[in-house]
Design a protein around this ligand. Structure first.
Ligand SMILES: Nc1ncnc2c1ncn2[C@@H]1O[C@H](COP(=O)(O)OP(=O)(O)OP(=O)(O)O)[C@@H](O)[C@H]1O
Ligand SMILES: [Mg+2]
Length: 244
């Protein structure tokens, strides 16, 4: 069974059909890319999956649960995490405390009271900072990091929660080519425990890290399949050569 099933999903803004009969299936522990021209509905679809807004039509099944109209908190509690196009770290806190807050926000009050507190989490936090090349910046204020490192910190804040499904909207936006390449390498190890749905404009980059791609165009699925299939797709080639 797929981890995420999007069935006939529609979303309107006034008279605009931002999503129109979308069907996408995402297998467990796969990396699934969402691509398409500007305004094709990529962010709208991610937000409908995360519960940032609700689909008007169709259903979204996550891990066997119909989450179409469930709250973002319900989705997060069940292992779904979203990183938006815009970075949302706490700039006045250190990198370490940003990660600490992220992990504590998913624990129950009871487990926080009964846990040994900050120290018991220390190893886990330092391992995650290490994994995202931020260990030597543990005490640096997040607001003082470069844009690229802020993006990594935010991804690290999601990854430490070990979500079943992580949604990333243009995580490499504004990064240098070197940071972009490194981001791909940083994401690969999470495949052991996390399924990824990722939006990206850089086709070469997304082809390297994803197993499957869905191509959106004007709120509809233009094509989907393995990276190899999409690379050969005439429909996709046409949209990308004429409109992107
Ligand atoms: N909150 C909103 N209110 C009204 N229209 C919206 C809203 N959000 C998105 N839209 C419209 O819905 C369509 C799809 O937008 P969306 O942001 O999903 O595109 P996208 O594929 O993510 O584009 P980009 O590549 O530029 O990020 C666009 O026409 C956009 O203007
Ligand atoms: Mg977008």
């Amino acid at each position: 069974m797929a981890l995420l099933e999007i069935k006939d999903v529609g979303k309107k803004f006034g008279t605009l059909r931002a999503l129109d009969g979308i069907n996408v299936s995402v297998g467990e522990n796969s990396f699934h890319g969402l691509i398409g021209p500007n305004g094709s509905g990529k962010s709208t679809l991610l937000k409908a999956i995360a519960g940032d807004h609700y689909a008007d039509e169709g259903s979204i099944i996550f891990n066997g649960l119909d989450i179409t109209q469930r709250s973002p908190e319900f989705r997060a509690k069940n292992g779904l995490n979203l990183k938006f196009q815009i970075t949302s770290i706490f700039p006045e806190l250190s990198c370490y405390d940003n990660i600490l807050l992220s992990i504590q926000s998913m624990q129950s009050v009871w487990s926080l009271i009964t846990s040994r507190g900050k120290d018991s989490l220390n190893d886990k936090i330092m391992d995650t900072l290490e994994q995202f090349k931020l260990a030597d910046r543990a005490e640096t204020l997040a607001g003082e990091l470069s844009h690229g490192l802020q993006q990594w910190l935010e991804i690290a804040m999601s990854v430490i929660r070990k979500p079943k499904l992580l949604l990333l909207d243009e995580p490499t936006g504004g990064m240098s080519p070197e940071e972009r390449r490194a981001t791909g390498e940083l994401l690969l190890p999470i495949k052991n425990h996390t399924t990824l749905v990722i939006v990206e404009h850089d086709l070469e980059w997304i082809k390297d890290i994803c197993d499957n791609l869905t191509v959106l165009d004007q709120g509809k699925v233009l094509d989907d399949g393995s990276v190899e299939q999409i690379e050969k797709s005439e429909k996709v080639k046409e949209v990308y050569t004429t409109r992107v």
